[in-house]
Design a protein around this ligand. Structure first.
Ligand SMILES: [Zn+2]
Length: 138
């Protein structure tokens, strides 16, 4: 299957106005493969990690703080054992928070391949199959 170089590889819809450059090396041979991308996909890729962390902290920390405040207001006795209870609440909130942040992030980047799918770009994949390795830009 071939891919039109003028079309973004990540959404396969927009015109590519940017590229991701991947440096390849096989013994002494060096090659540069350019993967077409549109600015929209690039900005989604840049935001993905940041969005995920913001969502996660908002839900996890916000939920834990709200629960602890509620417990304080409701006069639940947890003096002395307050630290493990607090840690327990924070931990209990972090699991659903992780899950919600993951799903939300997936929704935001709907129809856009994650950045790691760059490896499936056919010309790049062909090089990797031929024994090339990805090297950082010199
Ligand atoms: Zn795109």
């Amino acid at each position: 299957m071939t891919h039109d170089e003028k079309i973004c590889w990540f959404c396969e819809a927009e015109r590519a106005d940017k590229t991701y450059q991947v440096n390849l090396k096989k013994e002494e041979q060096r090659e540069l493969v350019e993967v077409p991308a549109c600015s929209n996909c690039q900005s989604i890729h840049k935001k993905t990690v940041k969005n995920f962390l913001i969502l996660f902290f908002t839900i996890a920390v916000g939920g834990a703080v709200a629960t602890m405040l509620y417990l304080l207001v409701s006069e639940t006795e947890f003096s002395g054992s307050g630290i493990p209870i607090g840690a327990g609440i924070a931990l209990a909130w972090s699991i659903p928070a992780l899950f919600i942040a993951f799903l939300w992030n997936k929704k935001i980047s709907k129809g856009v391949k994650p950045q790691r799918k760059i490896l499936q770009y056919p010309p790049l994949k062909a090089k990797l199959d031929a024994g090339y390795n990805i090297t950082p830009l010199a």
